[in-house]
Design a binder for this molecule. Structure first.
Ligand code: ADP
Ligand code: LRH
Length: 509
């Protein structure tokens, strides 16, 4: 038995999970055990006018940040617990949400808490960037979807700030934590592919694009593939963890979605996936990027996967909308118990109200029920009235968006899709899984819940020489330990695929 620690930082919680690779004669499999979970989310922090002595007080601004030090503490606590549990770990791997960076100054110190990708500082920035580097040119090079939060837009938005002026290196969140553990600063390539500054074909930095945009290319660290040794945990940290043997840190698919896709328990290549957590990432695994104009118009992204694969996918707004709805109700003193609300939503007639869940209105934190009502009115529908109707509207709208994304991905790439795999926390939402099967007209296989952690462990285990072979071999090892659930179109409480055709043509004429 060999054990690894997977650090997986999602937008709503961080976790440290021990993955044991065991083989009882029927082939290797991975057993996951969570040893620490800690909350994560945006923190709104104001600037203080006149923070510099003698400065003219400017208007107060508020910025959404991540509390990265609390996350680091959660990681260290988790690694300590993992060490207590298994004695000696064969490695640590770190993955997190994409795009956001911590800036380090010339002393290597963190300049400020990383800004959260839902902050409004990038409003209007994509248009400004496209005036210098046209959108079509950027897509042809990077293959990346346009989201206001792409790192390239964040760095342009930060131009002129004191923080960026003092920065010498920009580290994506998993790379920042990896650097704190080992002292080695790199950019792991799957996550680097979400910056908008990585060439989708050569997988090298597009330094020429950065220079045209006035971005200091010195900020960009050396690139590393997933599945290599980053370094060893520094002695002082290791002593603090109580880990006596040298502790390697392996690069993994450090973009959580890249790790989640590794863990998709697909038996054949004709699969689509929904990596279903705070976001829903819906798409296909390809051998080469799709850089066509039609793909750009549909805003599909070509992110780097493990073993040179391409994650050809669309960002669907995801369970974030439900999370923020529950938070809004909770703050207002209304009932906000997820199991009760999901049970009530299952009784609401399907497709009564559907909204374009990917509309930019749903990106920032806030009152989602009010935004849903406004979206319903804009499209000539009656807003959902009861809490159950609001929840049902969110789930129907998500399933409709999954259906569109799966079909578009298949059309744009010329690939056939026979099954949809759902991985991530959304696996626990049975109603959403049923609706997804019905909307797509395809069987859904749900599991694993901790997809990113499983993919993280699989890649570490191969790097450490404990597992061997191709991505398909890793998937087979990952699948062996799983309890998967299958949903067919036309399941209980679903309207039948033709009703989704009608709803789609109504909402997206
Ligand atoms: P992330 O990694 O982005 O933080 P997760 O993969 O942990 O997200 O998924 C979180 C989501 O999973 C929650 O927003 C919630 O909607 C869903 N979820 C988690 N547990 C349950 C449950 N028991 N029933 C229904 N949904 C659940
Ligand atoms: C999901 C995710 C997604 C990105 C978003 C910023 O956690 O990494 O793939 O687009 O966060």
């Amino acid at each position: 038995m060999t054990a690894f620690a997977a650090v997986d930082l999602g937008a709503s919680s961080g976790r440290v999970i021990v993955g044991r690779v065991v083989d009882e004669g029927d082939g290797p499999r991975v057993l996951l055990h969570e040893v620490n979970r800690f909350p994560n989310g945006p923190v709104r922090v104001p600037t203080v006018p006149g923070a510099t002595a003698g400065a003219v007080a400017g208007p107060t601004r508020e910025t959404l940040h991540w509390d990265v030090l609390a996350l680091y503490r959660g990681v260290l606590d988790g690694l300590r617990a993992a060490t207590r549990e298994v004695g000696t770990l064969a490695g640590v791997g770190i993955d997190s949400w994409a795009v956001d960076v911590g800036l380090l100054d010339a002393d290597g110190a963190l300049v400020a808490n990383p800004v959260h990708y839902r902050d409004a500082r990038t409003d209007g920035i994509p248009e400004k960037v496209f005036a210098t580097v046209p959108a079509a040119e950027l897509y042809a090079r990077t293959g990346l979807q346009v989201q206001p939060f792409n790192t390239v837009f964040q760095l342009v938005a930060a131009q002129g700030t004191a923080a960026l002026a003092s920065a010498r290196q920009a580290l994506l969140v998993p790379d920042l934590l990896g650097a704190w553990l080992t002292g080695t600063a790199v950019a792991e390539v799957t996550n680097a592919s979400t910056t908008g500054l990585l060439d989708a074909t050569t997988r090298t930095w597009t330094t020429d694009v950065a220079e045209r945009l006035g971005i200091d290319t010195g900020l960009l660290p050396p690139l590393r593939a997933p599945g290599v040794l980053l370094g060893h945990v520094r002695d002082d940290v290791r002593a603090d963890l109580g880990h006596h043997a040298p502790l390697p840190v392996w690069t993994v698919g450090s973009h959580d979605t890249a790790s989640a896709v590794v863990a998709v328990p697909a038996a054949s290549p004709e699969f689509a996936y929904v990596s279903c957590g705070t976001w829903s990432l819906v798409g296909l695994e390809l051998d080469a990027p799709v850089l066509t104009e039609a793909s750009r118009a549909a805003n599909f992204t070509n992110e780097a996967g493990v073993d040179g694969t391409v994650r050809y996918l669309k960002n669907v707004m995801g369970l974030w909308v439900l999370q923020e709805t529950l938070r809004t109700w909770n703050d207002a003193g209304l009932p906000a118990d997820p199991p009760d609300l999901l049970a009530a939503a299952a009784q609401v007639p399907a497709l009564t109200t559907v909204v374009d869940i990917d509309a930019p209105d749903f990106l920032p934190p806030g009152d989602m029920p009010a935004r849903i009502a406004a979206a319903a009115v804009r499209t000539g529908q009656t807003p959902p009235q009861s809490q159950a109707e609001v929840v049902r509207c969110i789930l129907d709208s998500l399933a409709l968006a999954y259906r569109r994304a799966v079909r578009q991905a298949a059309d744009l790439s010329g690939r056939d899709v026979q099954v949809v795999h759902v991985v991530g926390g959304g696996v626990r939402n049975e109603l959403l899984c049923r609706l997804t099967a019905d909307a797509t007209g395809l069987p859904v296989v749900a599991g694993p819940v901790e997809g990113a952690a499983l993919g993280n462990v699989l890649v570490q285990a191969r790097a450490a020489g404990v597992l061997h072979g191709s991505l398909a071999d890793l998937r087979a090892a990952g699948a062996r330990g799983l309890d998967l659930r299958r949903y067919e179109p036309g399941g209980p409480g679903t309207p039948g695929t033709p009703h989704w055709d009608a709803a789609e043509s109504r909402l997206f004429p």
